[in-house]
Design a protein around this ligand. Structure first.
Ligand code: FES
Length: 247
């Protein structure tokens, strides 16, 4: 039975980090609980915002057969969690030259032939802290549907938990990022405004402004920053600042 010492701000719940028991505040994320317990996170910690995928964590509750997963920076502790972080999980990442590859139906299976070993058990999907339908995108990869793999895996943070649970030893997240790279470089429509902006940069349009900016001291930079016109919270799509020199 979980114990809670005191109440309110002093409340503490037991968690087990790498098998050792600590009493931590119940409002902490797993990541902050590690730090509260005295761990210094050098690996297994990056953005602290649920984006980088560095903080993959597995945990289990007493008397439960189930291995549960989460991102340590996003998951709040619960009493009696038995925790271990998996900052890196070894999975095969093939070398390829993206410029020479096309989003053809055979490309994912040729570079990652192990996808054909998938037995559709769904362990990868259950292990995904981002709730991505991993098994479904591997099925799309087997069908050769690069665009579908890119779409279904869009939220992947490359934490590797899918690969850690795969009985077919597939590195799903490496397959998915190859699909997203192929999609972005060979299928998605070109962003014309980006090409236009790059040409403007190359033509030196912003050089004068940048040269002036690097000469400004810290106090001057703060003043310029606070004087910046802020986009209103409910601005429409067509909102433009009054100062348009740097657009
Ligand atoms: S630290 Fe980046 S996702 Fe948790």
């Amino acid at each position: 039975m979980a114990e809670t010492k005191e109440s309110g701000a002093l409340a503490r719940v037991p968690v087990y980090i790498m098998g050792k028991r600590y009493m931590v505040p119940p409002s902490l994320t797993i990541q902050k609980a590690f730090e509260f317990a005295g761990y210094q996170l050098i690996r297994g910690c990056g953005c602290r915002g649920g984006i980088c995928g560095a903080c993959a964590t597995v945990f289990r509750f007493p008397n439960s057969h189930k291995i549960e997963v989460g991102l340590a920076c996003q998951t709040v502790v619960q009493p009696d969690m038995h925790l271990a972080q998996i900052p890196f999980y070894p999975a095969h990442r093939r070398a390829y030259d993206l410029a020479k590859e096309d989003p053809s139906p055979d490309v994912l299976g040729r570079i990652y032939p192990e996808i054909y070993r998938c037995v559709a058990c769904g362990a990868c999907t259950k292990a995904c802290p981002m709730e991505i339908q991993v098994m479904d995108y591997i099925a799309a990869a087997i069908r050769g549907d690069v665009a579908k793999v890119a779409e279904l895996s869009f939220d992947c943070v490359m934490c590797g938990l899918c690969a850690s649970r795969c009985m077919a030893e597939i590195g799903q997240y490496h397959v998915a990022i190859l699909a997203r790279r192929l999609y972005a470089s060979k299928i998605a429509p070109r962003a014309e405004h980006l090409g236009k902006r790059l040409k403007e940069i190359e033509s030196g349009k912003y050089d004068k402004g940048l040269d002036e900016l690097v000469k400004v001291d810290e106090a001057g930079l703060k003043k310029l920053y606070t004087a910046l016109e802020q986009e209103p919270e409910m601005a429409g799509e067509d909102w433009m600042p009054k100062e348009k020199n740097n657009l």
